[in-house]
Each structure stands twice: as structure tokens, then as C-alpha cells.
Design a binder for this molecule. Structure first.
Ligand code: GLN
Length: 454
């Protein structure tokens, strides 16, 4: 059995007591990555990993994660590898600086072993939008791992590293966590610095860990959280995230009614209800709560997010970063040919939708309206959290779907996000926890949503 399936606290204790060498652990990770090629979870291995492990074993590199191998989604800027966002337009790109989250983890001795596959620019729910081929689900190779952090979730499920980092703009940590049977934590907006993470939609992007246990997720969050002078949207952190309470008695929990209705798979519904029963028998007070605007969240998300994407992707012009169309003869041709050849269909679709909803004449009808609905959503969640400590429901209406089954139908792909996007529009924290399997043996995720919290 690989050590990489053991809890992080156990591994760091073994390493600090000399029972396990960091080099051995990193070698296990690199070996597992090599053997996992058919899943296409990993894009590039870091050439510096073994050297860093040697420093840990020599006592030169210490900290709360000393010697722990991790994998970052390839939209985190990292020094030792390319940073591609799984898009052809960034294929040759080497970052000139490194993201704050990676710096903080490395300062505690964690070892970046590889970069993970994703939907290009994190646009997607299945990792099929990657320009480097889809990642496959570790539980069934013919199915998707979820997205967009599908490579990160599959990597943790396959035991390629102790934890992985993902980004969640509309569910991209929680959905793949649910499809791959791992824990996925989306922190409150602003709690973890996004400095050095490739922007998708700046008003909803957050970064967070994918792990095997909730304790591991809390530990990684504890290290990454807090104000960063390089990201003006960051907030003050709370005291300590690694003290987890085991007692649920008296906790007030609301089941989001709109997440339990039409469209939810039978196995997912039965599993969710069984977890709710367990919460009740552990002493929590659980009842149904209606958040009517949640039904508008998906439509609202797919207006606001493309609007922000159309602005954020404008920087890829063939001059500043990565790929530049070699045959272009003029500046205008450089822009047009680079973007035409470098962006995939989904990025182009979102640039067009975003530009349309922001254009004069349509701005009021789409973008402004969506922002008004977003305000309603924020108010409804605020009201619910006056009464409840937590809101719960499934992470996704279904378990992992077949590769290719939705990739030609963007709307059905977008519907996969129906239970995750509201949290991003509001800025709350949420977590997906593996809660069982469906009749085909595929993992199901249970979602807990908390208020905005530093
Ligand atoms: N699936 C959603 C989308 O395509 C969410 C993506 C994300 O969270 N990065 O926009």
C-alpha cells in the first residue's frame, strides 16, 4: 500500500521521526505518476522535486508539510514547470513569478511534484476541454473525472500525491471531488490569495485543496489562508482551521429544497437523505429551507462568468504570453491568428457570450439583470444563515458521466454545475465530501455550504 494514501499528519510525523524518508515518499509519488499515464491526470513533472526531498531529509527544509508531495492544477504559476492552463495558447509559457499559494506551501516544506490537467482555462465540468486530452475517471476509465480540476481530483483518488490544488469558479473543486470520491474544499471568496493563479472570472474565482480527508483539507487551508498584499481581494483569516469539532449536537442545518427536486438522480437522492438521517442521529437539527433564487443561479452564472472571462482572456494577444501565430504579418493579424489558433472552442464561445452580454444595448438586459439576481441570491443566503449554521445538499445531481456524452452539447454540460454555482456567486465557503457510491459503484459527493468566513 502506498504511503500516499495515509493522512498527512501521519506522514509528517513519520518523516520527522526518521521512520520515513522524504526522498522515498517523493519517489513513490513520481513512480505512481509514471504508472498512471492512461488517466492523463498529470501534464508535467517537476524536475526539482527529488532535490527538495533530499533537503528535507538533510534537515535543511522544515515545516508543517515537510516532505509532503503535492500536485497543482496547471493554472497555478510555478517556477519549475510550464504553466499552460491546458490551453495551446500557453503551451510554451514559463511563469516569471510563482503563485502565493505555492510559495506558502513550499515555505512549510511541501514538495510540488507535478502539474495537473484541467479544462482549458478552467472552463468546463469534465476536463474534456483540455487541449492536452481528457483526464479519465479513476473509478471507470470510460467516464469523466468532473471538471475543471479533474486532473487534481483524479490525482488524489489515484494516490499520486498527498493532496492537490484546484480552483473553483463555479464548482470546479467540488464537482470533480464528488466524481472521483475525494474531499474538495472551496474556501470563502478572498480567503486564499489568487496572486499567480490564471484568472477565469475574478469575482468568483477561489483556490482550494483536494484531499483524502477533511483533516488534510483543513491543514492545507490553514497554511494557505490569509491576507496577501499581492491580492487586494484577500480578507483577514480566522484563527486556526485545523481544529475540527466532532460534536454536531445543536447544529442547525438547512437542506436546500431546490437541490432535492427535479433532475436529481435516484441514487444521489437516496444517498443524500441517508446522510441527512445520520446528521440527525448525531444530534443536529435538520429541516428543509427554500432559496427560490437558487433556480436562477445557473443562468445568472453563465452571463456573469463569460462577461469576466471575455475581459480576462483579452490579455492573450500573441505578444505578452506564450504562443504567437508565426505567419502573422501585421499587429491585427497577430491578434486574430494567435487567438484563432490558440484558443479552443469553449474559450471562443465564452468570449463571444461575454462580449455580447456586455455590449451596449444588451448590457441592461443581460449583465445588469444577472447582477441584480446575484444580489437577491446573496440576500437569500444571508437570511438563511441567520437561522442555520450550514446548508446542505448533493454536490451534483448525478455521478460521473461517460466521456463524450455531453461534450457536443454545451447546455447539458453547463447543467452539471446547477448545485455548485450559487455558492460562487455569493462568495460562501463549501465542501464536497465523499458520501457513498451509486449502484454502478461510482462515488457520490455530499455538499456542505457555510457562510462567508475568514
Ligand atoms: N463548470 C463551470 C464552468 O464551466 C465551473 C468552472 C470552474 O469552477 N472553474 O464555468
Amino acid at each position: 500500500m502506498s504511503d500516499l494514501t495515509r493522512p498527512i499528519s501521519e506522514l509528517t510525523a513519520s518523516i520527522s521521526e526518521g521512520r520515513l524518508k522524504a526522498v522515498e515518499l517523493v519517489q513513490q509519488s513520481l513512480g505512481a505518476i509514471k504508472a498512471s499515464g492512461e488517466f492523463n491526470a498529470v501534464l508535467e513533472v517537476s524536475p526539482a522535486a527529488l532535490d527538495r526531498a533530499k533537503q528535507v531529509d538533510a534537515g535543511k527544509l522544515t515545516g508543517r508539510l515537510a516532505g509532503i508531495p503535492f500536485i497543482a492544477k496547471d493554472n497555478f504559476l510555478t517556477f519549475e514547470t510550464h504553466t499552460t492552463a491546458s490551453s495551446n495558447i500557453l503551451k510554451p509559457f514559463h511563469a516569471p513569478y510563482q503563485s502565493t499559494a505555492i510559495d506558502k506551501l513550499e515555505a512549510e516544506g511541501a514538495i510540488l511534484v507535478a502539474k495537473a490537467n484541467l479544462d482549458a482555462f478552467a472552463h468546463g465540468s469534465s476536463t474534456e476541454n483540455s487541449d492536452f486530452g481528457p483526464t479519465r475517471n479513476p473509478w471507470d476509465k470510460d467516464r469523466v473525472p468532473g471538471g475543471s480540476s479533474g486532473g487534481s481530483a483524479a490525482a488524489v483518488a489515484l494516490g499520486l500525491a498527498s493532496f492537490a490544488l484546484g480552483t473553483d469558479t463555479g464548482g470546479s473543486i467540488r464537482l470533480p471531488a464528488s466524481f472521483c470520491g475525494v474531499v474538495g474544499l472551496k474556501p470563502t471568496y478572498g480567503l486564499v490569495s489568487r496572486n499567480g493563479v490564471i484568472a477565469m472570472a475574478s469575482s468568483t474565482d477561489v483556490i482550494g485543496p483536494l484531499t483524502r480527508t477533511v483533516e488534510d483539507a483543513a491543514l492545507v487551508l490553514d497554511i494557505m489562508a490569509g491576507r496577501d498584499p499581492l491580492d487586494a481581494t484577500t480578507i483577514e483569516r480566522g484563527d486556526n482551521y485545523s481544529h475540527l469539532a466532532g460534536d454536531l449536537s445543536g447544529l442547525k442545518i438547512g437542506i436546500i429544497k431546490e437541490y432535492m427536486g427535479e433532475g436529481i438522480g435516484e441514487d444521489v437522492k437516496a444517498n443524500t437523505l441517508s446522510i441527512i438521517d445520520r446528521l440527525k442521529s448525531s444530534g443536529a437539527h435538520v429541516e428543509e429551507v427554500s432559496l427560490p433564487s437558487v433556480e436562477l443561479a445557473l443562468a445568472c452564472y453563465y452571463i456573469i462568468v463569460p462577461a469576466e472571462i471575455s475581459s480576462n482572456l483579452a490579455r492573450y494577444d500573441g505578444i505578452k504570453y506564450g504562443f504567437s501565430a508565426p505567419e502573422a504579418k501585421t499587429l491585427a493579424e497577430t491578434y486574430a491568428l494567435t487567438r484563432d489558433q490558440g484558443f479552443g472552442d469553449e474559450a471562443k464561445r465564452r468570449i463571444m457570450i461575454g462580449t455580447y452580454v456586455l455590449s451596449s444595448g444588451y448590457y441592461d438586459a443581460y449583465y445588469k439583470k444577472a447582477q441584480q439576481v446575484r444580489t437577491l441570491l446573496i440576500q437569500e443566503f444571508e437570511k438563511a444563515f441567520q437561522k442555520y449554521d450550514l446548508l446542505v445538499g448533493p454536490t451534483s445531481p448525478t455521478t460521473a458521466f461517460k466521456l463524450g456524452s455531453k461534450s457536443h452539447d454545451p447546455i447539458s454540460m453547463y447543467l452539471t454545475d446547477v448545485m455548485t454555482v450559487a455558492t460562487n456567486l455569493v462568495g460562501n465557503c463549501a465542501i464536497s465530501i465523499p458520501s457513498g457510491k451509486d449502484s454502478a459503484g461510482l462515488p457520490i459527493g455530499f455538499q456542505l455550504i457555510g457562510p462567508q468566513k475568514g
